[in-house]
Design a binder for this molecule. Structure first.
Ligand code: NAD
Length: 428
């Protein structure tokens, strides 16, 4: 290969793994189908607001360290922006932008009255004490609080942030506005206005999406073998709920490796073992399998529920599942989409399959604003209604346009935001 050839191949690979480009390409395909004019496309693809802040933090050793934080509000046409805040060393504006746009389409696809937002702080939480993380969270909140609020922008946990982080954000915001504002964030502890059912919501949404897709494929739970990548909030809980519904979960993984039993894993035992030992390795009644091989195991359903860019141009040909349900955000790259399409593999895309989490976040926001809290049964049954309705709508759009569920979900989501934008009009 020539130097230019190598450079081009390298660029293609880098582009394949760029989440913003992946989202932009799917956006263009869906916009073409919708016949959106160039001006409206520009409005919908451009973030409404990007805030970059310096966050000085007094460290435990009394030195002052300045961190960089972002909050991007992609689009607030449907309502207040909604989206997580992540703390990680590789946070960058491009990634936050892409994730905020994904949130716009995710909220729209399930019909929530929210736009999309996302935030992040460049830091390494593993090297910070709890006190340092609290001071970082509070100062970051104070720095972005002009654009936050229950009617403006409502953050939630994401990578390396949790219910405690949300409690600090809620308290910092409330102290500044001199009143308790629980609805400024979701994913809070129950005692602070969190919602029952939020912890399981994304896994439950994945289970519902898989069930609806399998109905279309004419398959019954008892005849269905499922491989799940990841054993955390999405993968572990998704696997547990599907196990209870009678599916055979043949493999689970974590960042250290995978376990496989073609006759089915006892998922409650696996999760208990994981909670005790901190990793799946060594679980009895299963063989150890390298993570790359796990995705290629024979199965009916593959649920990538760990990280982005796991189904790529490099491994897509070896995937044997008939159905992929994307628990993670962005697990399939854009070039892999068309290969799966050609092979007739059904993919329930991330913006639909993992929308159970943001849906129950929406329920949390509603409950906080009402000051009236629902039972877990009410939460779960409303989640069920919203997920099934969204699945049916996406399926119908996909059939009408003769496209995949992924492009169908983008057409549905973008079409809804475009319609509301046009109804509201612009005073440009
Ligand atoms: P988590 O941290 O609870 O779990 C992640 C799991 O993936 C862990 O078991 C980890 O060991 C495993 N893992 C990490 N790297 C891996 C690898 N290379 N191979 C195999 N396993 C690996 O995170 P989560 O909340 O379950 O989130 C998982 C994905 O779902 C992320 O993409 C996240 O953005 C997305 N998501 C989460 C939610 C939510 O409500 N938690 C909502 C929507 C989307």
């Amino acid at each position: 290969m020539t130097t230019t050839g190598t450079a081009t191949a390298h660029q293609e690979l880098t582009d394949e793994f760029n989440p913003f480009l992946a989202m932009a390409k799917r956006f263009e395909i869906a916009s073409d189908r919708l016949g959106l004019d160039p001006g409206l496309r520009d409005v919908l693809r451009t973030p409404d607001r990007e805030l970059s802040v310096s966050v000085p933090v007094l460290m435990d050793d009394k030195t002052l360290k300045v961190f960089t934080g972002y909050r991007v509000q992609h689009n607030w046409v449907l309502g207040p922006c909604k989206g997580g805040i992540r703390f990680a060393p590789d946070v960058n504006l491009d990634e936050v932008r892409a994730l905020s746009a994904w949130m716009t389409w995710k909220c729209s696809v399930v019909g929530l009255p929210f736009g999309g937002g996302k935030g992040g702080v460049i830091c390494d939480p593993r090297e910070m004490s709890k006190g340092e993380l609290e001071r970082l969270t509070r100062r970051y909140t104070a720095s972005i609080m002009d654009i936050l609020g229950p009617d403006r922008d409502v953050p939630a946990p994401d990578m390396n942030t949790n219910a405690q982080t949300m409690a600090w954000i809620m308290d910092t915001y409330s102290m500044h506005v001199r009143s308790t504002q629980t609805a400024v964030v979701t994913g809070k502890p129950l005692a602070l206005g969190g919602s029952l059912g939020r912890h399981e919501a994304t896994g439950r949404g994945v289970m519902i999406s898989a069930r609806e897709a399998l109905k279309r494929l004419g398959m019954r739970p008892e005849d269905t073998k499922v491989v799940v990548q990841g054993s955390g909030n999405v993968g572990g809980i998704g696997a547990l709920l599907m196990h209870r519904e009678g599916y055979t979960i043949t493999s689970l993984s974590d960042m250290y490796g995978s376990i496989h039993n073609p006759n089915g894993l006892d998922v409650p035992n696996v999760l208990e073992f994981l909670a005790e030992k901190g990793k799946l390795e060594g679980f009895p009644d299963a063989e150890a399998v390298p993570n790359a091989v796990q995705l290629e195991l024979p199965c009916d359903v593959l649920i990538p529920a760990a990280t982005e860019n796991t189904i790529t141009s490099k491994n897509v040909d070896k995937i044997k599942a008939k159905l992929i349900v994307e628990g993670a955000n962005g697990p399939t790259t854009f070039p892999a989409d068309s290969v799966l399409d050609e092979r007739g593999v059904m993919v329930v895309p991330d913006i639909l399959a993992n929308a159970g989490g943001v849906t129950v976040s929406y329920f949390e926001w509603v409950q906080d604003r009402m000051g009236y809290f629902w039972t877990e049964e009410v939460v779960n049954s409303r989640l069920e209604q919203i997920m099934v309705k969204a699945f049916d709508e996406v399926d119908e759009v996909a059939k009408k346009h003769d496209v995949s569920l992924r492009i169908g979900s983008y057409i549905h989501a973008i079409g809804r935001v475009a319609e509301v934008y046009q109804l509201r009009g612009s005073f440009a």
